[in-house]
Ligand binder design. Structure first.
Ligand code: ATP
Ligand code: MG
Length: 441
């Protein structure tokens, strides 16, 4: 997998995709809104999201099984208007026909495509063998274990030689060991090149599974469902669940999942994939927090009063207030700013602890910071040039804004000991010894 996935050919592209359903009481419920997503050649993407957030709905839209109500879906540059040959889907429940044998269940998709019987039989047999079910061609689903039934579901998706494979919690109905075995088999097939498949999207309810499988993890928020955050997973394969790297990333993704939920409560604005970081320097952020903590405010203020007291013009007050909110040190609520309990601790703390808190909040609240940090951790030398990050940012924000965002991120990250940056070479690196030597400002 090259690092520079953003340059690879797009297979599925979703822009502004929305879906609403009418419930039995006649009320409309917006399930998905403004979903932008591109699946590219060569990548495995995992999608996490709580139950009911619309993961299965999104997958069905991507498979062309149901239409979106808003936005566009393109498959290889063409608008997707129904099921197409290149897209295979493995369903959450096995969805096998109980009266058909394994062989017949697998052949179904080919029959629908009008393939002649001998060719069908031969392709189905090959898919059955690939997925490790040879010898069971004549069995009925009820004669199989859950794991074997899901293998049939997968063989049925693979038999059409899909360009894209969409898997909806394909392993969660199975017991843990069976699920892991099947998952590892799929990953082996994927890595061996035995599959014609160019990209996979895997919905998962397990953060560990997502980290083990994916090049990129997406978190779908709910009400309405949209992509809250994403994180590139740049660990080498095969990955082990008990490795330090995987455990660390599981923690980071858990933080993303909860941070997304916390931000949603605070702010119902759309969550961009890449944060537009407020341009606030540390001195302003700290100064504002200190003013807010002191009398007459004691932790609560409306912004105009705070601006007067702190002697700041709006242009400087607002970015600093947004920064405090982004870092979870304050809540910004219709023109009022409140310090959070953590924000109060932050103000009361002496400098080294303050910096540590700042770094911790940056890592858990700002996906972009976690993304850079983990990319660096995956490098032997702990160093990377800034260019790939700038390109990622530029995709979302445009080039000028990307440069500003990276500059702000770097200043914050150095302050919090999250990573270092060399202004001469543009090289990002892990701090040499964050415990003893907090990064200088
Ligand atoms: N055909 C439908 N008609 C009405 N409501 C629907 C329909 N399909 C899905 N929904 C509703 O849309 C929401 C999202 O459902 P969906 O199955 O996509 O969620 P999910 O994220 O896959 O959940 P889970 O993790 O439980 O599988 C749910 O509230 C569900 O009840
Ligand atoms: Mg589902």
């Amino acid at each position: 997998m090259t690092r520079d996935a953003s340059q690879r050919t797009a297979i599925l592209e979703l822009q502004g995709v929305g879906k609403r359903f009418r419930s039995t009481d006649g009320h409309e419920r917006v399930v998905l809104e403004g979903v932008d997503f591109t699946l590219r050649e060569g990548e495995v993407v995992s999608m996490l999201g709580k139950s009911g957030s619309g993961k299965s709905t999104l997958l069905r839209i991507m498979a062309g099984l149901i239409p979106a109500d808003a936005g566009q879906v393109h498959y290889r540059g063409q608008p997707l208007q129904g099921p197409v040959r290149g897209i295979g889907m493995v369903f959450q429940s096995f969805a096998l026909f109980p009266w058909l044998t394994v062989q017949q269940n697998v052949e179904l998709g080919l029959e629908a495509r009008g393939m002649p019987a001998p060719e069908r039989a031969q392709k189905a047999a090959a898919a059955i063998e690939l997925i490790g079910l040879d010898g069971f061609e004549g069995a009925l689903p009820r004669e199989l274990s859950g794991g074997m039934r899901q293998r049939v579901g997968i063989a049925r998706a693979l038999v059409i030689e899909p360009d894209v494979l969409l898997m909806d919690e394909a392993f969660s109905a199975l017991d843990v060991l069976t699920g892991e075995l099947l998952r590892d088999d799929i990953l082996k097939l994927w890595r061996s090149g035995a599959l014609p498949t160019k990209a996979m999207l895997v919905v998962s309810h397990s953060i560990e599974e997502a980290v083990l499988m994916a090049d990129r993890v997406l978190v779908l928020g709910s009400d309405p469902g949209r992509i809250r955050s994403q994180l590139a997973i740049w660990l080498p394969r095969p990955r082990r669940a008990d490795s330090e790297d995987v455990r660390l990333l599981v923690d980071v993704v858990s933080a993303l999942v909860t941070a997304g939920a916390a931000r949603r409560l605070q702010d119902s604005a759309p969550g961009p994939l890449v944060e537009r970081l407020p341009r606030a320097d540390i001195a302003r952020i700290d100064g504002l927090a200190e003013h807010l903590a002191r009398p007459p405010f004691e932790g609560h203020a409306d912004l105009p009063a705070l601006a007067r007291e702190a002697g700041l013009p709006d242009g400087e007050l607002l970015p600093a207030a947004h920064a405090l909110a982004l870092l979870g040190l304050a809540h910004l609520d219709s023109g009022d700013l409140h310090l959070t309990p953590l924000g109060s601790r932050y103000v009361a703390a002496a400098r080294p602890l303050r910096q540590e808190l700042f770094g911790q909040q940056l890592l858990t609240q700002v996906p972009l910071a976690a993304h850079v940090r983990h990319a660096l951790e995956a490098e032997d030398e702990g160093r990377l040039p800034q260019e790939p990050f700038l390109r990622l940012l530029a995709q979302e924000l445009g080039e000028a804004e990307a440069a500003h965002a990276l500059r702000t991120l770097v200043a914050w990250a150095r302050h919090g000991g999250v990573f270092e940056y060399d202004y001469h070479t543009g090289i990002l690196s892990l701090p040499s010894d964050p415990d003893i030597d907090p990064a200088p400002e």
